[in-house]
Design a protein around this ligand. Sequence first.
Ligand SMILES: [Ca+2]
Ligand SMILES: [Ca+2]
Length: 145
Amino acid sequence: MVRFIFGKQRVFTKNKEGVFDRQIGFNIQTDNTLQFLDIDFFDFDEDGIKEILVMNNKHTYNGYYLKLYKFNFESYSDITGSYFDETQYDGENSWIKWLHIFDYDRDGDLDILADGLFGDLNKNNGNGIIYWKNTGEKFVRTSNF
Ligand SMILES: [Ca+2]
Ligand SMILES: [Ca+2]
């Protein structure tokens, strides 16, 4: 569950017994040039606990910044660099609205598709595609432009 409080995003999760517990909520740290747009939960490191993938816009919709956080019931940390090399972009009114996690390229593993592309990112007469391809090691930003 994600609750919006004065521009900060507080995440409440189930405890180890599977019950939501407000005492173990935490704030997703983003710097104040970033604004949260979409969130997905997926177990990137296959330890049985889902990580938190967040799409932000930068500088009030003038770019995007993808972040990944690891959570273990006691703390959380930014592990974006462990799974992604290209996570941000700067451009006037260029941002991404949603993320979808599914096997976009149909090679048997899950990828991360950007949906709702604006500004410079909305190319090829609106048919531009950006996704992060699962290579087994990392998720590599891929596009058709
Ligand atoms: Ca995990
Ligand atoms: Ca795939």
